[in-house]
Design a protein around this ligand. Structure first.
Ligand SMILES: [Zn+2]
Length: 323
């Protein structure tokens, strides 16, 4: 989600951090994430409602690469004679605004869509993009998760299986290279990280790295244990992202401010490492999840990273599950 979502969620009073804080004050204890979500209305519906109203902001990067911000995860669009290439599809309700923004970039038809992973805020638009003419390319686990119904425990949400037109037709297990519009697109599987379906996309000519949801710029990330994610994999992916970037690389995160760099990526990796260490120690001492949250292992990082839907308490629970 974008900073715009953060603003509107907060303004409506549905921000999970606020709900959790209010509940803490009222009950003297934290709700489980599921309870907090129920209080806040369902997070998936919130994201959909927000995308229905959000404008699409266009960021022009290097060469033929652009970002569309405002519909779930950050969408990259490459223009050119081979037709537009989309990296992630956003939320279906944004279709008219995404099309308008894409048409303003160029009149090339949409021919390819790459999914960074299976989550709805990155793949919900698959069906309409396929109807526009896009072949869908993804890791084989994205294909697997979209084909069948999925439950994401920490969102307390059941996703139905996707329509056939939304299912990727070009899938791969570890690495795939595409040459389109004069650009090389190197798609590489991270291994289990945010889910078990995450890939990076590097474009060497423009020196751009799209990390999908292995990197949330300036905000605590979600980790989806229900479909194979874990904190150790998130750290490994963050290390791989830092290693793949130079001081000149433009880094596109899955969420958060969409134009990032190696320095911000390194700060994110350091934050994950420090919080993982703090929570590991507390768990080794035998502390329960609630006792670990009460010890505030994220305190030094909350002012900077804890201002979005993944609250400090929720992030602590997510890390605790995997240490
Ligand atoms: Zn995700």
């Amino acid at each position: 989600m974008s900073t715009l979502h953060q603003h509107t969620l907060s303004r409506r009073g549905f921000c999970l951090c606020c709900v959790a804080a209010a509940t803490f004050a009222a009950t003297g204890g934290w709700l489980t994430p599921s309870q907090a979500y129920a209080e806040a209305r369902n997070i998936v519906d919130l994201i959909r409602d927000d995308a229905a109203k959000a404008p699409i902001k266009v960021h022009r990067l290097r060469g033929n690469v652009n970002i569309l911000e405002g519909s779930g995860g950050n969408i990259a669009v490459l223009t050119g004679a081979d037709g537009k290439v989309f990296i992630d599809a956003g939320i279906t309700v944004s279709r008219p605004r995404i099309l308008e923004a894409a048409n303003d970039l160029s009149r090339d038809p949409i021919r390819h869509l790459i999914n960074t992973h299976w989550h709805f805020d990155h793949a919900d638009g698959n069906e309409w993009l396929n109807a526009e003419g896009a072949a869908i390319i993804a890791h084989e686990n994205t294909h697997k998760h979209l084909l069948a119904a999925q439950r994401v425990e920490d969102w307390d949400f059941n996703f139905p299986s996707s329509p056939l037109a939304a299912i990727p037709t070009e899938i791969f297990p570890s690495e795939k290279t595409l040459i389109l519009n004069g650009s090389t697109l190197v798609l590489k599987y991270y291994g289990p990280a945010h889910t078990d379906s995450d890939i990076s996309i590097t474009i060497p000519e423009a020196d751009i790295l799209h990390t999908g949801d292995t990197y949330w710029n300036g905000i605590y990330p979600f980790i989806d244990y229900s479909t194979g994610g874990n904190i150790k994999g998130m750290i490994k992916a963050a290390e791989a992202n830092v290693a793949a970037a130079t001081d000149r690389t433009i880094v596109i995160p899955g969420h958060g401010s969409p134009v990032s760099n190696r320095a911000e990526l390194s700060a994110y990796r350091d934050m994950l490492l420090a919080i993982h260490n703090n929570i590991s120690k507390l768990k080794q001492q035998g502390r329960s999840p609630d006792e670990t949250i009460a010890a505030r292992p994220t305190a030094a990082y909350d002012a900077k990273w804890g201002q979005f839907v993944i609250s400090p308490a929720f992030f602590t629970r997510l890390v605790y599950q995997g240490v």
